[in-house]
Design a protein around this ligand. Sequence first.
Ligand SMILES: [Zn+2]
Length: 112
Amino acid sequence: MATNDIGPRSCHSCRGTGEIGTDTGVMACPDCGGEGVLPSSETLLEWRLRDIERLRCEGPDSLAADVRFLVAELRKARRALNEVLALAHDDPDAPEALRRVARIASRALSNK
Ligand SMILES: [Zn+2]
């Protein structure tokens, strides 16, 4: 992507161009994957989880096993929260209790 428009989702590392200059030339910006805009918070979280897995989950030690367990539990909990949100959004006549649960799920999923 080749734009210089800096918007709220624009990548600040490359200033929305998708490219960064290095000693060896121009390359795709590693923070936005060359898109110039930041991915959704869900995608950023998944990228972070993958980094954690790559850096901390290798090997047979108990710490790596614990981190694998926690990452898997986090993904499972987030999938469940997304299913709750989908249930509430799919039913325009959802009862107030479900809408309240959906708001709680939305807050839990938010990175803000
Ligand atoms: Zn970028």
